[in-house]
Write a protein that binds this ligand. Structure first.
Ligand SMILES: Nc1ncnc2c1ncn2[C@@H]1O[C@H](COP(=O)(O)OP(=O)(O)O)[C@@H](O)[C@H]1O
Ligand SMILES: [Mg+2]
Length: 365
């Protein structure tokens, strides 16, 4: 047993989620959790770095330095909350911020300055978890299913864990130890972009704006015609595909659509694509446990339950004892444990890699 810190900043670009946990072969106990939102300027720059732009090597490096300082603030908050000293922590496992995800071209880029983070916090840092899986022919994503299996998959029952971040991914835990999982498509990313444009808000709290509108079936059908949804697993995606320009291209044929109705339709898109993926790969599951920020969107959860036809119970991971907004940071703490023990972090059945691989690169403090 040792202490590990996991730091996750996902495609929503909202901020850094951190967890400090005691982890061993049969245990994963959270001792502290923290969230550090990104200041608007950093968020805007990370958003801009999602696509080609001028002088991007320098801009990426400067953003990475800033990011590392936010990660270090999150580490400090976790140490303070748990009353732990830095030298009691075996490693900080940090995801970095995805600015490109192109497994089909053989790369993914999570920007970060792990050397600076090691310098700032005085703890070994493990970074760059996705590249090795891609080098082995995998998608490099999603990586959380192995952790979902370790933490939630030992019940002998068939369960689905649905992580609704910027992008959504599912883990199908069959109960007999085998796991499938993949990115189903957008989670919050399009809903966030739409409410930012029309109301200047970062997200649609509890889905109340969406609930004030009506789903537009014709627009939904056009959005669902995106070929990604019909691709077989393994597959992964990101802002590379689901960005505001993707939405605008599909909206062009609906110039009179009321903004609230579009929000309702985008919420339904996330629910429908998740439910379709669950029906196709996890139809016999007893329950779907939702984590990620989307778990706090009641409209979305109701739409998901309805889209599943009432056959599968929908709950949040709170029902399994882990707050939805902690699961992914905890998953990275667990991946840090796996690296430290030189155990595989990927599941070839999920990512499509040629085999199990130890994921990550070490920056000793
Ligand atoms: N109370 C809430 N109501 C609706 N949506 C929420 C709420 N809280 C968080 N979210 C959504 O969750 C997102 C953050 O989720 P998160 O799991 O951190 O995603 P990521 O891993 O992509 O950063 C926010 O951008 C927002 O869309
Ligand atoms: Mg986030």
């Amino acid at each position: 047993m040792a202490l590990y810190i996991g730091l996750m900043s996902g495609t929503s670009l909202d901020g850094v989620d951190g967890a400090l946990a005691e982890i061993g072969a049969d245990a994963c106990r959270t001792l502290a959790a923290a969230y550090i939102p990104f200041p608007p300027a950093l968020r805007a720059e990370l958003m801009a770095l999602q696509s080609a732009g001028p002088n991007e090597i320098e801009r990426e490096a400067l953003a990475a330095n800033q990011l590392a300082r936010h990660y270090a603030d999150c580490v400090a908050a976790l140490l303070a909350e748990s009353g732990s000293a830095a030298d009691a922590v075996r490693a900080v496992a940090v995801h970095g911020q995805t600015i490109r995800h192109r497994p089909e071209l053989g790369f993914t880029r999570q920007t970060n300055n792990p050397a600076l983070l090691a310098e700032l916090c005085g703890i070994d840092v493990i970074a760059d978890f996705r590249s090795r899986d891609i080098a082995a022919g995998g998608q490099g994503a999603p990586l959380v299913p192995a952790f979902h299996q370790a933490l939630f998959g030992q019940s002998g029952r068939s369960r689905v864990v649905a992580n609704i971040g910027g992008i959504s991914n599912i883990s199908v835990l069959t109960g007999d130890g085998s796991v499938r999982g993949f990115d189903t498509g957008p989670g919050n990313v399009l809903m966030d972009a739409w409410i930012a444009r029309h109301q200047g808000k970062e997200y649609d709290a509890d889905g109340l704006w969406a609930a004030s509108g009506t789903v537009l079936p014709e627009l939904l059908a056009v959005l669902l015609s995106e070929p990604y949804f019909a691709l077989p697993a393994p597959k992964s995606t990101g802002r590379d595909l689901f960005h505001p320009a993707w939405l605008d291209a599909h909206l062009a044929a609906f110039p009179g659509a009321a903004p609230a109705d579009v929000q309702a339709t985008l919420t339904q898109l996330t629910a429908t694509t998740l439910a379709g993926a669950i029906a196709a790969y996890g139809g016999s599951a007893e329950a779907v446990y939702v984590c990620g920020g989307g778990a706090y969107n009641g409209t979305l959860l109701r739409a998901l339950a309805a889209a599943l036809g009432g056959n599968i119970k929908v709950d949040s991971t709170d029902a399994l004892g882990v707050a939805p907004n902690r699961v992914e940071a905890l998953a990275f703490a667990w991946l840090g444990y796996r690296f430290s023990e030189r155990l595989a972090g990927n599941l070839p059945s999920v990512t499509g890699a040629l085999g199990e691989r130890v994921l990550g690169a070490l920056y000793p403090h």
